[in-house]
Design a protein around this ligand. Sequence first.
Ligand code: SAM
Ligand code: SF4
Ligand code: SF4
Length: 341
Amino acid sequence: MGYPEDMQVVDSLGRSLRALRVSVTDRCNFRCPYCMPRERFGDRHDFLDRSQILTFEEIERLVRLFVGLGVEKIRLTGGEPLLRQELPTLVARLRKIEGLRELTLTTNGTLLETLAQPLREAGLDRITVSLDSLDPARFLALSDSNIGLERVLAGLQAAQAAGFGPIKLNCVLQRGVNEADILPLAEFAREQGHILRFIEFMDVGTGNGWKLDRVVPAAEVVQVLATRWPLESFQRDCPNCVAQHFRYTDGQGDVGLIASVTEPFCQGCDRARLSAEGKLYTCLFASEGLDLRAFLRSEATDADLLAVVLNRWRRRDDRYSELRAENTHSGPRVEMFHIGG
Ligand code: SAM
Ligand code: SF4
Ligand code: SF4
């Protein structure tokens, strides 16, 4: 490939590049207010057109190069990734890349009923489904759509039947909005054998009305869970895990807490993000991405592309969440649905 195998790919704070999130579309069939508030992303919103988003060939080429740089995990995301036409074809192509340890997907679950089986057959390893409420009315409000909760529940069943188990469930909690879902979601996950993860509401993007007092701290969630089922913390065998892990002492599974706001984990952040139009972001809170599509659609060789990515990663000094309190800038910021969380 034109670069030494033992070459260290570390940023200016000593962090390796191990994971890449690949957004395959900026479109979504939900309008979750914390991500794509409808008043800003309504019917007239100018989404990317087909010629602007990376083709499967382009994604595959980039993923291959990133894996060559040490990336072990690829997560497909969006927007809603299952809206991308022929997604199983992309999965099958990426699965063949040597050295890729894990290929996963984050979805709102609404299209899983038909797509779980083809995705499994194409070689997808794991699925994470976002689910913020088990209350049908609250679910509709939280997704600001008319697609009912039953579609996601059917999608989860289809994913289990296709052999994706255990499935991760992601729940973003907001103060005064869905705290009442903590125990029902935990009970559901325990019964179904899913791994539930509670995520603190983050100030990503520019239009979700984030305020610190709307964050439900992870520590508080643990207390709520412990009122019903005793828990103990444990260490997972993953050095840069973003979640804190707890297991129920009755042996009924475990639960993860992602305390991105109250206990930031920038020190171990080994992720890059690729937007659907091919921009590389080195932080969720970045204002600008590096336009890799321009290189892909020029005469650039793989070696040229590698040099550009390496140069960007080596200069990386992002640690937004650790500096949040002192970071008062209100300039442009990438939106969550562009880079997929
Ligand atoms: N549409 C897919 C889904 O919802 O799973 C994938 C893309 S979505 C941007 C990825 C994840 O980001 C979801 O789990 C969502 O809940 C999370 N997310 C979006 N906005 C967030 C915010 N402001 N704070 C915390 N998590 C957020
Ligand atoms: Fe769509 Fe996912 Fe964003 Fe909700 S969180 S609007 S499902 S991209
Ligand atoms: Fe990584 Fe940026 Fe999040 Fe810190 S704030 S964990 S650097 S994405």
